[in-house]
Design a protein around this ligand. Structure first.
Ligand code: TYM
Length: 333
């Protein structure tokens, strides 16, 4: 089956190893199959659900675009654009917002986490954020959506919204119900400081994550300081349920080296943590440092990046306009 792939990444700075291993690495793999049509979006509309400095936002949009390219996305093969350049996303979100139910959105755990204790002060945008995400996906008839595990609930909601729209407007199969593509293992990379929290751009401690633009010394330092425990390196048969930090580091090694967890455990059985950490740092330096260097190089030519986004937006707009026009007709506009 030919797949239509859509995914998005927020331009909030500090793209990290979680974004790379949970999502972007997969984007690149999907692009390599010529039968797939891939659309990758820098979701700047999503990012303003929390306060952004306008100048920084523009730069972060470029930086996320640069990270896409540096990781191997190719604008000749995939459509790469920023969300605000295609107005159908906002229009689609409004229509779908009128189909979505408050109860559905109230169950979203990411809103609860992001809004924190004082929900009254969270933006309305943050609350309806998953509806915009549904519009992103449904406008392009995406069949598959590669994301990290933290986006699973939003994708389930997207499926519900598509089905409700089709029912409400008597338009069977008009909105295509997409499938999530979530890695089977290590689809949630955890913080280096606490194996129970996900690695996140919003964690105040920079030592909780490896950023794609970290330099060699910083990578070595962060891995050296990464939390482990006092037990020896686990063997192949050891269960790591109660050792989340160790499991996370082994998982990072496994994802980056494309070896399964058992192989990684066997390789390091009986060795000490410091030698494992040295190996992990070397692997990160080998895989991540070149991406960071490329991001920095690409950022020197803003015009080139802006041009890629502009061309991508033209292609995306062509597709999205057709769909939103049909959608409006169904609604009665
Ligand atoms: P965002 O910008 O928070 O994250 C981008 C992608 O990175 C994944 N990710 C992780 N994966 C594994 N471990 C982690 N610690 C980790 N942290 C982040 C996310 O799952 C995501 O795939 N709402 C989305 C963006 C979005 C979108 C869309 C995605 C907007 N519209 C349509 C798919 C389709 C978000 O905020 O991702």
């Amino acid at each position: 089956m030919n797949k239509k792939i859509f995914s998005g990444v927020q331009p909030t700075g500090n793209l990290h190893l979680g974004n790379y291993l949970g999502a972007i690495k997969n984007f690149v793999q999907l692009q390599s199959d010529k039968k797939n049509q891939c659309i990758y979006c820098v979701v700047d509309l999503h990012s303003i659900t929390v306060k952004q400095d306008p100048r920084t936002l523009k730069q972060n949009t470029r930086e996320t675009t640069a990270a896409f390219l540096a990781s191997g996305l190719d604008p000749e093969k995939s459509i790469i654009f920023n969300q605000s350049a295609v107005s159908s996303h906002a229009e689609g979100a409004w229509i779908l917002g009128c189909v979505s139910r408050m109860g559905w959105l109230s169950r979203m755990t990411q809103f609860k986490e992001k809004a924190g204790k004082d929900k009254e002060k969270a933006s309305v945008g943050l609350y309806v954020y998953p509806v915009l995400m549904a519009a992103d996906i449904l406008l392009y008839d995406a069949t598959h959506v590669p994301v990290g595990e933290d986006q699973k609930q939003h994708l389930e909601l997207c499926r519900d919204i598509a089905q409700k729209f089709n029912n409400d407007f008597n338009s069977r199969n008009f909105l295509k119900v997409p499938e999530p593509l979530i890695q089977k293992e290590f689809a949630r990379i955890m913080s280096l400081k606490n194996g129970l929290n996900k690695m996140s751009k919003s964690d105040p401690s920079d030592f909780s994550r490896i950023n794609l633009t970290d330099d060699k010394d910083l990578i070595i330092n962060k891995i050296k300081k990464a939390k482990t425990d006092t037990l020896p390196m686990p063997g192949k048969k050891d269960n790591l349920e109660k050792r989340p930090e160790v499991l996370n580091l082994l998982g990072i090694y496994s994802s980056l080296s494309n070896q399964n967890l058992d192989e990684v455990k066997s390789n390091f059985e009986g060795k000490n943590f410091s030698s494992f950490k040295e190996n992990l740092s070397e692997l990160l330096i080998d895989k991540i440092l070149p991406i960071g260097k490329k991001i920095k190089d690409l950022l020197k030519d803003e015009k080139h990046l802006d041009n890629i986004l502009k061309k991508g937006a033209e292609k995306a707009d062509n597709l999205a306009t057709k769909k939103i026009n049909e959608m409006k007709k169904l609604v009665g506009f």
